[in-house]
Design a protein around this ligand. Structure first.
Ligand SMILES: [Zn+2]
Ligand SMILES: [Zn+2]
Length: 231
């Protein structure tokens, strides 16, 4: 993983910066003006689960069953070009994607007017997945977010004690059941304000389970942050 970052940095020094999505040479910090204008910011959303909404209001689902975290925020909606960026990061080890997307996310977090957390905790990957992929995309993103907003990251704070198995095709209730007790926090978070970081937030079940673990460790305020919200 270290080597991959080193290679990425070296390429950046040797080659002029191009847009990470369309390849245009006219790009500052890895994004051209055209792609920047098309970024799907998630500005009007449910404050509890970040679901895009017509107006800022708590959605019906959160009113029925409030999540374990105090609030949720994602920089983007999971559509193009962000979806392509996440895919390339997750399956193609393209770390320039986490650098560019994480920087945009971190700057947005710092400028949105809400108090910043004390600590960023990335969602850990199942051991088998980590072994296959060699890196955790949530951790890669969190590192860039941390640099951009100044909040420290503690990548070893959360561990997955039990693999939740394949969640594809499961209902939200099934996911919640599967994830019960799956995470443990290895730190004392007494009185701390933390943000849990994931790449994409879908049902929110993973972040919900990790938020429960953070509460058990004493966290006073738990936010769920993701790069993008699946609409
Ligand atoms: Zn572009
Ligand atoms: Zn909601």
């Amino acid at each position: 993983m270290r080597v991959a970052h080193w290679v990425d940095d070296a390429i950046r020094l040797l080659a002029p910066e191009r847009c990470v999505w369309c390849g245009s040479a006219d790009a500052a910090e890895g994004v051209c003006e055209g792609c920047k204008a098309e970024l799907p910011w998630n500005r009007v959303a449910c404050p509890s689960c970040a679901q895009p909404m017509p107006v800022i209001a708590t959605c019906a689902k959160c009113l029925r069953r409030p999540p374990a975290f105090d609030s949720a925020w994602t920089a983007f909606i999971h559509i193009e070009p962000v979806r392509r960026g996440v895919h390339r990061l997750k399956y193609g080890a393209q770390f320039e994607q986490s650098r560019v997307l994480g920087t945009l996310m971190g700057r947005q977090a710092a400028s949105r007017g809400a108090p910043l957390p004390d600590l960023l905790i990335p969602v850990p990957l199942p051991r088998r997945r980590m072994f296959q992929r060699g890196y955790n995309q949530a951790q890669e993103l969190a590192r860039a977010v941390s640099r951009a907003c100044g909040t420290p990251i503690d990548a070893g704070a959360a561990v997955l004690v039990r693999s939740p198995g394949d969640q594809i095709g499961q209902t939200a209730a099934q996911r919640r059941r599967n994830l019960r007790g799956a995470f443990r926090i290895e730190r004392n978070l007494q009185g701390r304000h933390v943000a849990l970081i994931d790449d994409v937030m879908t049902t929110g079940a993973t972040l919900d389970a990790l938020a429960r673990a953070a509460r058990r460790s004493g966290a006073a305020k738990v936010e769920a942050w993701a790069l993008a919200r699946a609409p």
